[in-house]
Design a protein around this ligand. Structure first.
Ligand SMILES: N[C@@H](CCC(=O)N[C@@H](CS)C(=O)NCC(=O)O)C(=O)O
Length: 201
């Protein structure tokens, strides 16, 4: 299996999840700006969307979309697999929220044309982070058990830190808890990324 990534992007969540699951895979860097691979070949020939993550399975099938990939990885792993259909539905509910209400608006903040849009997006994202903090009922997002949703939230909280947001202490604690996991440390090292905690003390 090959996972196409670009350092620090949402692909980091799938990278973490695959390591947590003990999956056999290799990572390949795809430049999301010029859509090339390291050998100069065309990334669009692999993933027409030109985005990461993309997973190419052992049969050569290409899979994209963080929500689908994280759900699939979780289903492959005893440690990550939701224990009931209801738990899986709750996990999908959370993944969809993170992907549509936080991940995508965050991406727009890098490209907004004017200050008005930037301020609107920032207020929107602050309200979503506040919602997540208020809904926390334990060390992790879902019923107190570590899940692939925490891996995605971790990536988004890295972005929040880089953009100068000040999430609630409970979210910062969750971020640090996730960051301390061996699989997360391995993914960060593989993508040559520094842990947030080391940067913020
Ligand atoms: N809906 C996709 C979004 C993927 C996405 O936008 N990835 C970003 C990095 S976080 C990217 O590759 N952007 C490059 C581009 O949009 O051209 C997912 O959740 O996987």
């Amino acid at each position: 299996m090959k996972l196409y990534v670009w350092p620090g992007t949402c692909a980091l969540a799938t990278h973490i999840a695959l390591l947590e699951a003990g999956a056999a895979f290799q990572t390949v860097q795809a430049n999301i700006f010029d859509k090339t691979l390291a050998d100069g070949s065309d990334y669009l020939a692999i993933n027409l969307k030109g985005t990461v993550p993309a997973l190419v399975d052992d049969d050569g099938a290409v899979w994209t979309e963080t929500v689908a990939l994280l759900d699939w990885v979780a289903q492959q792993s005893e440690a990550l697999k939701p224990r009931t259909a209801q738990e899986r539905a709750r996990q999908l509910e959370m993944l969809a929220f993170l992907a549509t209400e936080v991940q995508k608006p965050f991406a727009f903040t890098y490209f907004v044309p004017g200050d008005d849009a930037a301020a609107t997006l920032r207020a929107f994202l602050e309200s979503r982070l506040e919602f997540l903090a208020r809904g926390l009922d334990g060390p992790y997002l879902l019923a107190g058990r570590y899940s692939v949703a925490d891996a995605l939230l971790y990536v988004l909280l890295r972005w929040a830190d880089a953009a100068g947001y000040a999430p609630a202490p409970a979210l910062v604690a969750l971020r640090d808890r996730v960051e301390a996991r061996p699989a997360v440390r391995r993914a960060l090292a593989a993508q040559a990324l520094a842990p947030v905690r080391d940067a913020t003390g």
